[in-house]
Design a protein around this ligand. Sequence first.
Ligand SMILES: [Zn+2]
Length: 163
Amino acid sequence: MRPLTEQEIRTAFVNCTKGESKRLSVPRDLAERPWDDLDFLGWRDPQAPHRAYLATELDGRPVALALRCPSPASWQTRLSMCSICVTTHSGGVSLMVAAKAGKAGQQGNSVGAYICSDLACPLYVRGKKEAGVGARPHESLTLEEKIQRTVANLAAFIAKVTS
Ligand SMILES: [Zn+2]
């Protein structure tokens, strides 16, 4: 994807207040991120481990989500599959919850998805990061098809948040 700037990311959040999007932690090393290998940029807040964020481009426009990981203990022992990149990890997938955009979110509605805890889905898909032995089921899909599937899964998740 095209590299995003801090300003683009901060203004792209769809499910938190303007104040929150100004204060939340955006990685300082944006320029060094492997954008060519990314379909989205995901990161954890180093100061608040239960917070995670992701930023991507949909139809040429930056979109970012604020996520919460409510219970880090529950996933640690189970073998779980990421719903975005379909990688299976033992202990590397977290339930991430996104408040819905707009009024629905203010009323407490949210959408949850199991996502790689380090939000490095694009790197797992491309084999640039290993999820452990036997982590990936054998698939006959090409890399391009796997990338398309990841992008489609992410777009579907974002659509649930903004619907
Ligand atoms: Zn993943």
